[in-house]
Design a protein around this ligand. Structure first.
Ligand code: LLP
Length: 428
């Protein structure tokens, strides 16, 4: 984890900033992102695609982390975006990613969202059903436009990842069944409000067991493109989706060069530009969740470290049994002997458990810990369950850092509620 390092005096650092300093100035729990890591990873992906001789564009999946500062760092690198809602489109536009470099994915795009995307000049809409294509055509034609539509194909391959984040199997809700896709593409070409521009797939997330599933999916896409061309239908590009995994624990995910190689081997000879929609691979390793220890509690059989962060902040362990590395932050704790501990949050659910039997030193109240690889699907998935305000977010860039989203206040939580007048106590 290149952005994190341990220093004998300062403890754990993000780039050049001691995490203890951020905790002192901003409090905890706080998400801390490394601009340097975001840039380095974006460039590494770019280099892998270029190295394979691909004409490729990178559309960062904003759902992984849609913080404005994160988006701006990536916009400055030339990233396009992959969005799934009007909210994400507004966020990416505000951060300077043009709609002309943005893909709109998702099974349930609503008319208002489609209109906004078309009005802004969206690069591509990935359609997922015949019903949606009808709707897209009607809306675009009503605006006097042709919507640039790619068909999202479900290649029925098993990405061998967690069931909740696998998307490319026949039983999943995503995409058009491979066998139906050619006919639907042909129908699309006959609609007044659609300009068919290509095909897309996305087979799942946190893919770590090699690139065989990618290869199988892309081989099917290549077969389909040949068929479409044979039928005289236009195909301008192929969207290869996202999903490249990262090592949270001891996984050995394929490097981006292997993914680029799989794309080259299967789709290369079509000579078309390709697109990638990575989220986690770029943002995951670029963030930590910094928390304080509330107390240590010795149970009958187990030691519990109770943190001030909880499942409402980082839900991945509760939701996917996900494993996140946990490091102490202070120099003394980093050097101290470890014993097993369960790390839990203060929320009233057994599921509010980050880790079980984790090797950690003694952690007195107030000590800091960092949950690693929390830059993707971290803050974006948090809630205010148990009336816990959303945590602050901080961006580190070299020796500088800034709060890029202030911590919610308890007042914020109440500010957006309204009482019906019949529950308001009568005056006097
Ligand atoms: N493109 C599409 C159409 C997607 O549905 C997704 C993710 C991506 C791209 C980006 O995938 P990535 O490169 O980040 O794997 N909350 C879950 C992950 C859900 C992923 C949903 N779709 C988690 O925390 O593991």
């Amino acid at each position: 984890r290149p952005a994190l390092s341990a220093h004998a005096l300062d403890g754990l650092l993000m780039e050049e900033v001691p995490l203890a300093r951020i905790a002192r100035e901003v409090g905890t729990p706080t998400w801390v992102y490394s601009a340097g890591t975001l840039r380095r990873r974006f460039r590494a992906l770019r280099a892998a695609l270029d190295g394979a001789g691909l004409r490729a564009s990178i559309h960062y999946a904003a759902k992984a982390n849609d913080n404005q500062a994160v988006l701006r760092v990536l916009a400055a690198e030339g990233a396009g975006a992959d969005i799934v809602s009007a909210g994400e489109l507004r966020a990416t536009l505000a951060a300077g990613i043009p709609a002309g470099a943005t893909v709109f994915s998702g099974v349930g795009k609503q008319p208002d969202e489609i209109r906004l995307a078309l009005r802004e000049g969206i690069f591509q809409i990935n359609a997922e059903s015949a019903e949606e294509i009808e709707m897209l055509s009607a809306i675009a034609a009503g605006m006097g436009l042709r919507a640039p539509v790619a068909l999202r194909v479900n290649p029925d391959v098993d990405a061998r990842t967690h069931a909740k984040i696998t998307t490319g199997k026949a039983e999943n809700k995503f995409g058009i069944a491979f066998g139906d896709a050619h006919a639907l593409y042909a129908q699309m070409a006959a609609l007044p409000g659609i300009r068919p521009i290509g095909i897309a797939t996305h087979i799942g997330s946190q893919i770590t067991e090699g690139v065989a599933a990618y290869r199988a999916a892309y081989a099917r896409l290549a077969e389909m493109v040949r068929g479409l061309r044979g039928a005289g239908l236009p195909v301008e590009r192929v969207d290869c989706g996202g999903g490249l995994g990262i090592p949270y624990r001891d996984e050995a995910p394929p490097p981006p060069e292997a993914l680029a190689g799989a794309i080259k081997a299967t789709l290369g000879e079509l000579g078309l530009p390709v697109m990638l929609e990575p989220g986690r691979w770029i943002a995951g390793p670029a963030g930590v969740l910094l928390a304080s220890v509330v107390l240590q509690k010795q149970g009958h059989a187990r030691r519990f470290v109770v943190a001030d962060a909880a499942m409402n902040d980082l839900v991945r362990p509760a939701m996917y049994e996900a494993w996140h590395g946990i490091l102490p932050v202070s120099p003394s704790a980093l050097a101290a002997p470890c014993s097993p501990a369960d790390v839990v949050g203060p929320v009233c659910e057994t599921g509010d458990t980050f880790a079980r039997g984790r090797a950690l030193p003694a952690l007195p109240p107030g000590d800091l810990i960092a949950f690693l690889d929390a830059g993707a699907y971290g803050a974006v998935m948090s809630s205010t369950y148990n009336a816990r305000p959303l945590a602050a977010e901080v961006l580190v860039d070299g020796a500088r850092f800034a709060v890029v989203r202030p911590r919610q206040t308890p007042e914020d939580l109440l500010a957006h509620q309204r009482l019906p007048e019949w529950l308001t106590p009568a005056a006097g």
